[in-house]
Design a protein around this ligand. Sequence first.
Ligand code: HEM
Length: 505
Amino acid sequence: METQPELAHHEPLSSVQAVSPKQHSPRVSAPAPPAMPIFGWRGNALRFFRNPIRFMADLRDAYGPVACLVQGKNPTLFFQPSSDRGRTFFGFGAEHNRQILTEVDDFQTRRPRGPKTWAFDQLSNNILTMNGEKHTQQRLLLMPAFTREHLNSYHNDIIEITEKMLQQWRPGDRRDMLTEMNRLTLEISSKTLFGLEPTADSWLLASKIRQMVDILFSPLAMIPIDLPGTPYRKLRVNLEDTAKSLQAEIERKRALGIIGDDFLSMMIAARDEDSGRLTDDELVSQSFIMFFAGHDTTSCALTWTLFLLAMHPEATAELLDELDEHLGGQPPTYQQTYTLPVLDRVIKESLRVLSPGVIFPRFATCDTHLGNFEVPAGSEVIFSPYTTHHDPAIYHQPNRFQPERWLSLKPSPYEYLPFGAGARKCLGAGLGTIQLKVIIAMIVQRYRLRMIAGTKINPHVNVVLSPKHGLPMVIHPQDREFAHSRANVGGFIHRMVDLEQATTP
Ligand code: HEM
């Protein structure tokens, strides 16, 4: 178990604590750890990328609610550098989340660092990187795909595809649940977003997108060497292949006149009826971002929920009691995804404790401030749902998985934000939640998944939090022997979840 904070060199905490973010006293510079010997700011950046959860927890403990990556300057880690005054800031806690997420003119999104190619330009011009009126207009165009009526029709696809997966599982099988959940949500995304049955091409597309995101959210994106075999070259080629595949899919649908219930069909129809709407380039980039934003986030949330349930027999017993009583072995209907309170609490608590969203950057467009700390124009400011959800000032025993805490808990939108908050709140929150509820209810009623003793669980964070080496589990019929699903596991997970406290029923 790794428990020691890495940020050993503390500035005096008194300078941080003396200034409340609510006072309008003179602005001060945010505290920061010193640069690492020899490597300078790059050393701090590497430590951050290696384990953002550990880095941010240590930073908050050592320096308080606003801190920088390093003393002095550093170029932005995620965005193209645009000012030599910029630095990387971290804002922790609900008040700073509120400021970053509501002051949308000062704290904007930007295109990430990346190759200067047509494919990168096209794919990175999507709703996640748009601001102001353009962002509002595109959100309005995309929203109709997520109305209740459409969610209801996606619900049937989710059941059908999950049932197919469950029929392939055999008692005694040992399977990596991260891979299983990835395949499952890939099939669901292919169907609901593009109306496609998964083919070798869609697997390839998904793995290219994953590789791209891994490179974009790592220090490798900062080394622009475009030679065969370099991560940068891989990124460039993957971007081009992805843009071409999506364009081909749009043309194929148009040529065949395929207009179904899926997201892309809806967007093509809207475009063809009114040429003032999404352009073809926008269709490509928005379907790319839907695929990316919807698929990995949901599969990681599912994987973590299966892990937490296996390690918490009492919570699983309570969940199965509810499912037995109301569903009797059937999947939840669309309506029931809103009305099963224990299932609701389990999903809420899983999205709190192992929140898939760990780091989200914003770009300061002007000289501004975070609380009482100066933020120069050109800086990047990072907020973290995960870190907020582990803040002891907000959650009692934050590392414990306790679904029953939701019986009385009513956090503000800036204290609990697995789907973000404000003007950029996740467009797919409804779809993601339905998937989580339907799939977990179907799995738990049919099978008991057992952890394997000695499994090491360490975090991997690109945008999304996943178990670095997957999550191997053994499949049993649902025999209610919940206590046997727990096992001693190792790794950094012990700093993320308090597993010793889990009790047997
Ligand atoms: C459990 C699953 C999911 C989680 C945890 C999640 C989380 C998030 C978070 C935290 C944000 C805010 C990012 C920011 O403020 O920078 C976001 C935005 C977004 N998500 Fe999700 N998401 C999930 C599922 C989905 C699904 C299924 C879709 C669509 C198919 C989707 C599409 C989007 C889009 C388009 C945005 C950008 C909204 C905007 O900028 O206006 N997400 N998501």
